[in-house]
Write a protein that binds this ligand. Structure first.
Ligand code: MN
Length: 295
């Protein structure tokens, strides 16, 4: 099943070019905290999947093109991300690399992106106005966690995967010796984490570590790899993250980017496509947000 968040945080099931609004199957109290609907649904999925299937039979779909798609999960408690998790990406950024010595996710573990930096497939990628910095795309498979859990052993990790989504890990690059802000800041500008267009449930992706992962800027193919090339696989990532902190239903783990990371500028169109998961395209614009200094 493909689960999407749309318009004012309504919840839908996507089928081809249509979306079924299933918000009315969810408890009324969630209307007070609509951003939490997807987290609640994931946490109660065992009971809800049949309720949704029955509800859908009697409901009318609307064209997907008529709705505004929000982040596939608008309010995960955590957004974890693996750095340097594809061999050919390591070192490709030269002086701008923050992982010297060829260290990969195996040595470095994970970092965090602010959940507030999420944006959906109908959104835009917003760069600081007039910036002279370089902003890069990173094309990543996102894993969505199903259950609250700590210390998940590797051999049971896939039991804690609810589904998958496409994630662009947008990044402001460092300028060596000039501007070297913390990674979490450079990757947490508002809209710097497109997540979508939906969550495809795990039962529809038999081999998540054998999916093509591609990204285009305008019509130019910039990144093209396969999730089989990850250094630290999905199971090991879940084991690692959950050894540090308790995972929550709806948490997101960005599994890292392959080679081909490169810049985008206002006016560009950035498109990510992950096999069996989906694709989405976002326009790059400048934001009007005021900055206390030039980024
Ligand atoms: Mn990344």
């Amino acid at each position: 099943m493909k689960i999407a968040s749309f318009n004012d945080y309504r919840v839908g099931v996507v089928d081809g070019d249509s979306i079924y609004d299933i918000t009315n199957t969810l408890p009324e109290f969630l209307a007070e905290i609509p951003r939490q609907r997807i987290n609640w649904l994931i946490n109660h999925w065992g009971d809800m999947k049949d309720v949704i299937a029955r509800y859908r039979q009697g409901s009318k779909a609307q064209p997907l093109a008529n709705v505004q798609l929000l982040p596939a999960n608008p309010a995960p408690q955590h957004v974890f991300a693996a750095p340097a998790n594809y061999q050919k990406h390591i070192g490709e950024l030269g002086d701008r690399v923050v992982t010297p010595g060829g260290r990969s996710a195996r040595q470095q573990g994970f970092f965090l992106k602010a959940p507030g930096s999420l944006v959906g497939a109908s959104g835009t990628l917003q760069l600081p106005k007039g910036s002279s910095r370089r902003f890069d795309h990173e094309s990543e498979l996102a894993v969505i966690i199903s259950k609250e859990a700590r210390n998940i052993p590797r051999d049971r990790a896939m039991d804690y995967v609810f589904g998958y989504s496409c994630l662009i890990d947008a990044t402001m690059r460092i300028e060596k010796g000039v501007a070297e802000e913390e990674r979490s800041m450079r990757k947490s500008f508002e809209t710097f984490t497109p997540l979508g267009p939906w969550i495809v449930t795990a039962d529809e992706v038999e081999f998540p570590e054998n999916l093509s992962n591609r990204l285009w800027v305008n019509d130019e193919l910039r990144q093209s790899a396969n999730t089989s090339e990850m250094i630290v696989g999905i199971e090991e990532l879940i084991e690692l993250v959950s050894s540090v902190i308790t995972l929550q239903p709806g948490d997101v783990i960005a599994t890292g980017t392959p080679e081909g990371v490169g810049p985008f500028v206002p006016g560009d169109e950035v498109r990510i496509e992950i096999q069996q998961v989906g694709s989405m395209s976002l326009s790059v614009v400048e934001t009007d947000a005021r900055a206390p200094r030039a980024y």
